[in-house]
Design a protein around this ligand. Sequence first.
Ligand SMILES: Nc1ncnc2c1ncn2[C@@H]1O[C@H](COP(=O)(O)OP(=O)(O)OP(=O)(O)O)[C@@H](O)[C@H]1O
Ligand SMILES: [Mg+2]
Length: 354
Amino acid sequence: MATPQEILEDLKSVNYPGYTRDIVSFGIVRDIEIGSDTVTVTLAPGGASEQAVAEIRANVESRVQALTGAKVEITVDAPPPPRHREPPRRNDIPGVKSIVAVASGKGGVGKSTVAVNLALALQAKGKKVGLLDADVYGPSVPLLLGIAESTAGSDGDRIQPMKAHGLTAISMGMFIHRGQPVIWRGPMINKLLTQFFREVDWGELDYLILDLPPGTGDAQLTIAQQAPLAGGVIVTTPQDVALLDVQRGIEMFNQVGAPVLGVVENMSFHVCPECGNRSEIFGHGGGKSMADKSEIAFLGDIPLARTIRETSDDGNPIVASAPDGEHAKAFAQLATRVEEELGKQAHEELPMIH
Ligand SMILES: Nc1ncnc2c1ncn2[C@@H]1O[C@H](COP(=O)(O)OP(=O)(O)OP(=O)(O)O)[C@@H](O)[C@H]1O
Ligand SMILES: [Mg+2]
C-alpha cells in the first residue's frame, strides 16, 4: 500500500479543471487516510462549482485507485459560508482604498488602543490613514488622540473630520459633551454611521481603520455591513483566549463577506521597565494557538506596558510619542503583518469555474 505522502505526490498530476495548476497546490486535498482495504481522501474544494467538484472527485478517485488498487472513498468538506461580497456600489467611499475593522469578542481587551496605534504605525510607513470610531456608546478615540470633545465642524453638506497626529478621525465623541447620556436606537445608529461613512470629507486614504464596539453580535454586524471591508482584525488577550470568541468574530466577518486578516494578542507579556525582563503574567501564546486552531493568521503580540496606557490617556499614543521605542516596534510589526495579509487576500481566492 502506498503512503499518504506518495498518494499526495501522485495527486499533483490532477489539475484544477480549466487551470494548469494542480489541486494539491490549491490546497484542495485536505486529508488522506489509509484503512485496511480503503483509502479515504478528503477534499475541500472551497468555492468550486458543482461541475468542477465532480470532475476533481472522478480524477482523484481514478488516480488513487490506479496507484493503490484499493477501494477509494472521497469525502468533500462543505464549502465555507458564501462570501457574497456585495457588488461595488453605494457603499464604496470615494477616495478610500481599504477599510479595515478592529473587533473583539469582549470589551476592554484593547481594541481602541490597537486601532489607534495600528493607524499610526501604518501612517509611519508612509500611508494616509483615517480612523472611524464606530463605538457610538463608548467613543474613546477623542481621548486617545487628544481631541477635544464637541469639536466637529461641517462645511456645507460635508462633515469635517479632525486631524490629530496626522490621522483623519471621526468619532461620536466629537459631537457630544462628556457625561451627556446618549441613547441610541438601532436605526439612529445606522443613520449616524452612514453619515460617518458617506458624509465625512475623508479625502484620499490608503486605509480607514474602524474601531468597532466590543462584541461580535448584531450591533457590530450592522456596522460592518455599512461599508465594504477589506478585512477584519480580531483582538484578544491571554486571559481572553476563548476560542469561541474568536470564532464568533470570524463568523461575523464571514457574514459580511470580509476576509479575516488574523488575530493579535494584546497585553500579551510584560517587560519590566527597570530590568528589561520579560514575564508572561497570564501565560502567553494563546492567541497564536487559537489562530492555528481557527486556521487564521497570527498577526503578533503587543506587550502589557504602563506607558501604553499612560500615553493613551494623555492623548499621545505610544506610536506617536515614542516612535522609535520597543512598543512602537511591536505596532510596526503588526502594521506590516496586516498589510501582508491584505496583500494575500487579493491572490488567495480559489478560482471559480462557471
Ligand atoms: N498593551 C497595553 N498595555 C497596557 N495597557 C493597555 C494595553 N492595551 C490597552 N490598555 C489599557 O486597557 C484599557 C482598555 O483598553 P481599550 O480602551 O483600548 O480597550 P477596548 O477593547 O477598546 O475597550 P472597549 O471594549 O471599552 O471599547 C485602557 O485603559 C488601555 O489604556
Ligand atoms: Mg474601545
